[in-house]
Design a protein around this ligand. Structure first.
Ligand code: FEO
Ligand code: CA
Ligand code: CA
Ligand code: CA
Length: 666
């Protein structure tokens, strides 16, 4: 698809209007991908923003520096910063509202009962909002309208925290005997994992869930059938006693971040799937493979009551998790699909961009210390006019792993059976083997060992890509490498990747470090920020990120118990990427005690920001002055967001809007 027919895009007029306001007229350089990303990725690029994109589209020919120089040096984020701190509730910049949209246990599927913490059942949980909301995706309704008033919110439920979910559970020391866990409680836990699709609507300026919407749906590892696609589907290593074909898995696990595709489907990334399995690897046929993934992790008691999660009873079940799952939120009866072509690892996220030639590129991190950064490039191209024609795009293509050079260059190395070391001599008999053991294949290729790659966010306005590297305290002095330059990296950093001429399918790219996180006033930390960053503007442990409709970058953090070192709870920060303020952070929102901040997602018109408050009252609360113990259901460190006696803390989605309306941060 070399030639672009601008006439097929409704935003053509806007594109030209904005382009005429730029220093040069670069519209002839807009690719199919540029236009489509703006229309369907973060559509309705707002006045002024396209000028940035258009200049950056020229970066390849002009040189990136001159492109950056041409950008405004004025602050691009306009809000009053909040302060670092930790307390029992959330905080938002003045002039904004942060309202609870939906909480753990609230009804989702028509007929679901109201949440009753003392009478929880698996059947109720299976139709109520799940636990530990992480990824948030938004799709305007009706499809193609790009509405910012009515849409579907796609939500991942990553994991469960039973000590604050259920009365009488003592998991303070992560007791491996799980003595308190019963089959009933485990069924509730399973039902609380997975995903939710909910219809939401803005009326009189306030967002609310549409009860009983025909779209409202729950997905869980307890009962949802998921089809396998791609090279590993049907392979012997994917077969189990319940699935002799190796083509259908029950459910999806530990869905952390994810992505939305240009055709309006929702990608759920399976992250720490290893933790759900029990058993013994001694003499196990998958010992090499499972050991590389830390499987069985034994974090949950599920294997005691469900043989799927006992690797000695079901030796291949562990190969059926660790994938990216695609869901069509517009059809609540559709079967989700695990796309094995995208590799098996601890997938944090899966954000897509339409390349200039129409192919789809999916950026993905494998969130483990010393693991890798990936991208997948589809074989086929995006069909703008036929939504369903895109449904098999993620079934075939090439998976690449990143190798960084010292001089600011990098190579994307393809993971293809038969090429280089990916042969029978190293235990690979087919592409299915390469994908099932993606980590081992990447080890053999000599990929760059990273400091826990979390979200990887392509910016459709600038065509640059942002990699969240959350931290890695196990990196020893002497083991630093160019993109991971700090040993004992407790605070993380962000790498910026610039594909050549905006070509996301290219096998080389340029890169540089955008910020090194942590407190810049403490020299030993070795942080690097723009000096304009205030004492509240720096952050630690970048995890998720979002690019808004203006092409501006927003970061959310997950420090775990590290907030007691940084002095601030997790939250949302705006981060400048261009001009003289490049590398300046600014704090916008803060979570309650023990929570992490996930899922930032803007409506297409930038007037609402959805964020997910995950696991309130849990992480590091022993260090909270005045509390100094672990939380339980009976005695949590905070009862956010209800603050009612007897009501446990509840992971919730929060919607942030400007009082009186208008764009966020403008
Ligand atoms: Fe589930 Fe990598 O955070
Ligand atoms: Ca998380
Ligand atoms: Ca995460
Ligand atoms: Ca994290």
């Amino acid at each position: 698809m070399d030639k672009l027919d601008l006439n097929q895009f409704s935003c053509r007029a806007e594109a030209f209007e904005e382009a005429e306001n730029t220093p040069s007229n670069p519209t002839e350089n807009l690719t199919f991908g540029d236009i489509v990303n703006r229309r369907f990725g973060r559509r309705d690029v707002l006045r002024g923003a396209l000028a940035v994109g258009a200049i950056s589209t020229l970066a390849g020919s002009m040189g990136l520096l001159s492109a950056k120089k041409a950008l405004a040096s004025q602050p691009t984020f306009n809000f009053t910063e909040i302060e670092h701190g930790v307390d029992e509730t959330h905080h938002i910049a003045p002039g904004y509202d942060a309202d609870i949209l939906i909480r753990w246990g609230d009804p989702v599927v028509p007929g679901a009962p109201a949440f009753d913490p003392m009478n929880q059942t698996a059947d109720a949980q299976e139709i109520q909002f799940g636990y530990n909301n992480d990824f948030l995706g938004y799709l305007g309704l009706p499809y193609g309208s790009d509405s910012s008033e009515n849409g579907l919110l796609c939500v991942n439920h990553e994991y469960t925290s039973e000590e604050v979910m259920f009365p009488g559970i003592d998991r303070q020391d992560k007791d491996k005997d799980f003595a308190d866990m019963t089959p009933e409680l485990i069924a509730i836990e399973m039902a609380a994992h997975g995903g939710s699709v909910i219809e939401i609507k803005r009326e009189n300026g306030k967002w609310a869930v549409v009860p009983d919407s025909k779209y409202n749906r729950r997905i869980s590892p307890r009962s949802t059938a998921v089809a396998l696609t791609g090279p590993a589907a049907g392979h012997d290593r994917m077969k189990t006693s319940a699935d002799s074909e190796g083509r259908t898995v029950i459910g999806t696990l530990n869905n952390c971040a994810g992505g939305m595709t240009p055709w309006g489907t929702y990608l759920m990334a399976e992250e720490n799937f290893n933790g759900y399995f029990m058993g013994d690897l001694e003499g196990h046929p998958e010992a090499r493979n499972y050991d590389r993934y830390g499987l069985p992790g034994g974090w949950y008691a599920w294997g005691r009551f469900d043989k799927r999660f006992d690797i000695n009873q079901e030796p291949n079940e562990g190969n059926r998790f660790g994938w990216v799952v695609e869901v069509d939120p517009l059809d609540p009866t559709s079967t989700p699909r695990k796309h094995t072509a995208l590799g098996r690892f601890k997938h944090e996220g899966a954000e897509t961009i339409v390349n200039g030639d129409g192919r789809i590129v999916v950026y993905m991190g494998d969130d483990e210390r010393f693991d890798y950064l990936y991208k997948f490039v589809t074989e086929g191209t995006y069909d703008l006019n036929n939504r369903e024609a895109n449904f098999d795009l993620l079934e075939s293509g090439t998976l690449y792993v990143a190798k960084f050079d010292e001089g600011g260059g990098m190579t994307w190395m393809p993971l293809i059976f038969g090429e280089g070391p990916l042969t029978a001599a190293n235990g690979f008999e087919s592409q299915a083997d390469v994908l099932i053991e993606t980590r081992l294949a990447s080890d053999l290729l000599g990929a760059t060992k990273m400091d826990r790659p979390e979200d990887v966010e392509p910016n459709p306005v600038t065509n640059r890509v942002y990699v969240m590297l959350t931290n890695n305290t196990k990196r020893k002095p002497g083991d630093e490498n160019p993109p991971n330059p700090r040993a004992e990296n407790a605070f993380g950093h962000i790498v910026e990747i610039t594909p050549p001429d905006g070509d996301h399918a290219a096998t080389t790219s340029a890169w540089e470090i955008l910020v090194k996180c942590g407190d810049p006033s403490v020299a030993e930390i070795g942080a690097a920020w723009n000096p304009a960053t205030s004492e509240n503007g720096w952050f630690a442990a970048p995890d998720n990120s979002a690019v808004d409709a203006r092409g501006r970058l927003w970061i959310t953090t997950d420090q775990g118990s590290g907030w007691s070192k940084s002095g601030t709870a997790d939250g949302v920060w705006a981060l400048e990427t261009d001009g003289e303020l490049r590398g300046t952070g600014k704090m916008f929102f803060r979570v309650p005690l023990g929570a992490e901040m996930c899922g930032p997602r803007f409506t297409p018109d930038n007037t609402a920001l959805f964020v997910a408050v995950q696991h309130p009252a849990t992480d590091g609360v022993k260090n909270y002055p005045g509390f100094e113990r672990n939380s339980t259901f009976e005695d949590p460190a905070t009862r956010w967001p209800d603050f009612k006696d007897g009501m446990p803390p509840r992971p919730s989605v929060v919607v942030i809007t400007k009082q009186g309306g208008g764009e966020i941060g403008v």
